[in-house]
Write a new protein. Structure first.
Length: 407
C-alpha cells in the first residue's frame, strides 16, 4: 500500500529537469495499492560497441570494392623496346617480357565463361565446311574409327583376346557433328598478390581441371554407388521378412538386370577359360610298351610298407584353417552393383577442342564365337588427321550362333 510521506520537502524554488511523460513516476492516491510490472529492456542490435567493431572492417571492404580496379594492368614501355618510325608509328620489338607469377587467392567457385561462336572467316569453320562437302573423306574418317575401335576391343576385353577377329564384318552407325564454337572455359575472380602490386584479377580454369576439382570436392558418384549397395542389402533382408510372413517379395528391375548381366559375364568367362584350357592342354600320355613292362624290376615290399606308413602319417595331419570357412564368392553381386553404378557417373563429356569434329555412334565387333556391340564417342582433329578423346563402352555381348531354319 502506498502512503504519502509525513514530511515533504519544500521544492517550489528547486530547479526541475524536463522529463517525458513516459518517464514520470505513476501518481497514486493515498491509501491505495500500487501495481509493479517487471519489464525487460532488450538491447538494440546496433549498439555503439558493435558499430565501433564493424567500422574498420567496413572501411577495408569499401576500399577494396571501390578503389581497386577490376583489372589493373600497368604497361611500361622502355626506350629499348620501341622504335619510332618517321611517320609517327611505333615499331614493336620482338623482345619477350617475362610476366611475374603472383599468388592468386580465389573468391568463389569457377563459373562458365560466355559462349562464343565461330565466324565464317575462322579457319576452323572453313575446315568444317570443307569436310562437309567431301563425303569421301567422311567415309574414310568413319572407316578409320571403326578399325581402331575393333582392334582396341579385341586387345582389351579378356575373353576376346584368343578369338579370331573379323575386321570387315559387323554393322556400324556413326554420325559426324560440327561444334558451333570453341570450348567454353571456366573463370574465377580473386585477389592476385605479386612483387609490388595487389590486383583484383580473373583466372581462367580449363574444363578438364574444373572436372577434376569438382569430382575431388564433391564425390557424388561414389556416394550414389554406395547408397545403391546399401539399398540392395536392405531390400534383400526386407524380402526375407516378407517371405516369412507369407507376403510377396518386391523385385527391383535394375537389380535383376545387373544379376543377369553378372551371370552372363561369368558364363562367358568360364567358356573362354575352357577354350583356353583345351587349346593349351598337353597331348595324351602314350601307352606303355610291353618291353618296358618286362624290363622294370620288381618292387621291394619293405619299401612299399615304408611309403604306405609315410602316406598314412601325411594323411593324419590336421586340416588347414581355410577348411573351416566357406570360400568367398569370386564375383559378389554387391561389388558388381557398386562398380556398375560407379561407371555410370554422370560426368559431363568434354567439349571437342578447337578444330575437331565429334564422331559418335555404335559399332559391332565380330569374333569367332561372340559379337560385341560398342558405343563410341570420339573427336577427330582435322589438322593432324587423328582421333583425340576417344572413349567406348560395351553395351551388349552375345554368342555368335546360327539360328535353325524353319521349313
Amino acid at each position: 500500500m502506498y502512503r504519502r510521506a509525513a514530511i515533504r520537502q519544500f521544492s517550489t524554488f528547486k530547479p526541475r529537469q524536463f522529463q517525458f511523460p513516459s518517464r514520470l513516476p505513476p501518481k497514486v492516491a493515498n491509501g491505495q495499492d500500487i501495481r509493479l510490472f517487471r519489464v525487460k529492456f532488450a538491447k538494440p542490435p546496433l549498439r555503439r560497441r558493435i558499430l565501433n567493431g564493424l567500422l574498420p572492417y567496413g572501411i577495408i571492404t569499401i576500399a577494396l570494392w571501390y578503389y581497386l580496379d577490376p583489372i589493373s594492368l600497368e604497361i611500361e614501355i622502355s626506350e629499348d623496346d620501341e622504335k619510332v618510325k618517321p611517320d609517327g608509328s611505333v615499331e614493336e620489338s620482338n623482345v619477350e617480357v617475362e610476366m611475374e607469377d603472383g599468388l592468386f587467392i580465389p573468391f568463389g567457385w569457377p563459373k562458365k565463361e560466355q559462349k562464343t561462336y565461330f565466324k565464317g572467316s575462322d579457319p576452323e569453320w572453313k575446315a568444317y565446311v570443307k569436310l562437309g562437302r567431301d563425303p569421301k573423306r567422311q567415309l574414310e574418317v568413319q572407316a578409320a574409327l571403326i578399325k581402331e575401335i575393333r582392334m582396341e576391343v579385341a586387345q582389351t576385353v579378356q575373353g576376346l583376346k584368343h578369338q579370331k577377329l573379323f575386321l570387315d564384318q559387323g554393322r556400324s552407325l556413326l554420325s559426324i557433328t560440327y561444334p558451333e564454337g570453341p570450348p567454353q572455359d571456366y573463370g574465377v575472380s580473386g585477389l592476385e598478390i605479386g612483387d609490388g602490386f595487389i590486383a583484383w584479377s580473373k583466372k581462367i580454369v580449363p574444363e578438364d581441371e574444373y572436372q577434376k576439382l569438382s569430382r575431388t570436392i564433391m564425390p557424388l558418384t561414389g556416394l550414389r554407388a554406395g547408397w545403391k549397395v546399401i539399398r540392395y542389402h536392405y531390400n534383400e533382408q526386407a524380402n526375407k521378412v516378407r517371405q516369412y510372413f507369407g507376403l510377396k517379395p518386391k523385385i527391383d528391375p535394375e537389380t535383376m538386370e545387373l544379376k543377369l548381366m553378372l551371370v552372363r559375364l561369368l558364363a562367358a568367362r568360364k567358356k573362354a577359360e575352357q577354350r583356353e584350357r583345351k587349346r593349351m592342354s598337353p597331348p595324351l600320355v602314350p601307352p606303355i610298351n610291353k618291353k618296358e613292362e618286362t624290363s622294370t624290376p620288381l618292387s621291394d615290399p619293405k619299401a612299399e610298407s615304408s611309403t604306405s606308413a609315410e602316406s598314412g602319417s601325411g594323411k593324419a595331419q590336421p586340416p588347414r584353417l581355410s577348411a573351416f570357412f566357406p570360400k568367398a564368392d569370386p564375383a559378389p553381386i554387391s561389388t558388381f552393383i557398386f562398380m556398375q553404378n560407379l561407371l555410370k557417373r554422370d560426368r559431363a563429356k568434354p567439349q571437342p577442342p578447337a578444330g575437331c569434329v565429334e564422331v559418335k555412334g555404335w559399332i559391332e565387333v565380330v569374333h569367332q564365337h561372340t559379337v560385341v556391340t560398342v558405343d563410341v564417342d570420339s573427336n577427330y582433329d582435322l589438322h593432324t588427321n587423328s582421333f583425340v578423346d576417344k572413349t567406348w563402352t560395351i553395351q551388349r555381348i552375345r554368342d555368335k550362333t546360327v539360328s535353325p531354319r524353319v521349313r
